[in-house]
Write a new protein. Structure first.
Ligand code: ATP
Length: 258
């Protein structure tokens, strides 16, 4: 087996988690891990199950944008059944888990860009997507999608060249994806166990955000707003101070930062 194998056993053997990653559904090629994860979640598959693809053909970003995941990427979705009160923290949790695992395995330094990007030297190395379905009293399910650019050269993909980087580009060599995945799953579980009190997750996420204090342009579906990204609230929304002194609360789902 190649040293970069993503077989379920390479991921799960000796993985010290209680539930995250204990079951892995592996696909060589898939439209999107989110779609399979949603189907499995609706069927009630075990919490913590991971859907992973060697290659995604129709990876999704937010707002129906596409996420490129060529061979050499990590593209995975994690199925959770959290309480509704935990939902706002899931994007923060996923971003932190990705940032921590990249840093621990590679020694590279990451930054977070509100609301959902992990950057290295200002370029996007990881994207996060959280999709949830809410039931009457509890979340029916939540799916955390994480895409990480690992072993490919961004130069081979002109459409993301200006905005993206990969771990191999930063390190000058390939690294075993399975190391990042195993660390990522352990971090997700550790952060999940902190969820009943979301405060530490919110605080670490806020501390790592490079967006705060910066001048930003925010595109909503109806307008372009400019101002200083003043702070983030516990629900993950961004507070934008505009030139006229007014403050606007921006909900992540509706906007793109430029
Ligand atoms: P932005 O980062 O522009 O504010 P966003 O956070 O909403 O947008 P996502 O929805 O997370 O972006 O991701 C989709 C966007 O990311 C695409 O429009 C494209 O520009 C970029 N992209 C797509 N694939 C990759 C990749 N593998 N690595 C880095 N960036 C990518």
């Amino acid at each position: 087996m190649s040293k970069d194998s993503l077989s379920p056993s390479a991921i799960t053997t000796g993985l010290g988690t209680r539930f995250v990653g204990q079951r892995v559904l592996y696909y060589p090629k898939l439209s999107s891990t989110m779609d399979i994860a949603r189907k499995e979640a609706r069927r009630g598959i075990a919490e913590g199950t991971v859907v992973i693809a060697e290659e995604q053909t129709v990876g999704r970003g937010r707002l129906k944008r596409t996420w490129l995941s060529p061979q050499g990427s990590i593209a995975l979705s994690i199925i959770l059944y959290p309480r509704i009160s935990y939902l706002p923290y899931l994007v923060m949790l996923a971003a932190l888990a990705a940032a921590r695992s990249i840093e621990k395995v590679t020694g590279l330094k990451t930054q977070l860009k509100w609301p959902n990007d992990v950057l290295i030297n200002g370029k996007k190395v990881c994207g996060i997507l959280v999709e949830t379905e809410v039931g009457e009293n509890s979340a029916a399910y939540a799916i955390i999608g994480i895409g990480i650019n690992v072993n490919f050269k961004v130069a081979d993909f002109p459409e993301i060249l200006d905005v993206a980087t990969s771990l191999a580009d930063e390190l000058g060599r390939d690294i075993p994806r399975v190391k990042i995945i195993r660390q990522l799953l352990a971090e997700v579980e550790e952060l999940c166990s902190a969820l009943p009190d979301g405060e530490p997750i919110y605080q670490e996420w806020r501390k790592r955000l490079i967006t705060l204090g910066r001048k930003v342009q925010v595109r909503t579906s109806t307008a372009i707003l400019e101002g200083i990204a003043e702070s983030v609230a516990r629900d993950g929304s961004l507070l934008l101070r505009q030139a006229d002194g007014s403050q606007t609360r921006i909900v992540a789902g509706d906007v793109t930062l430029r």
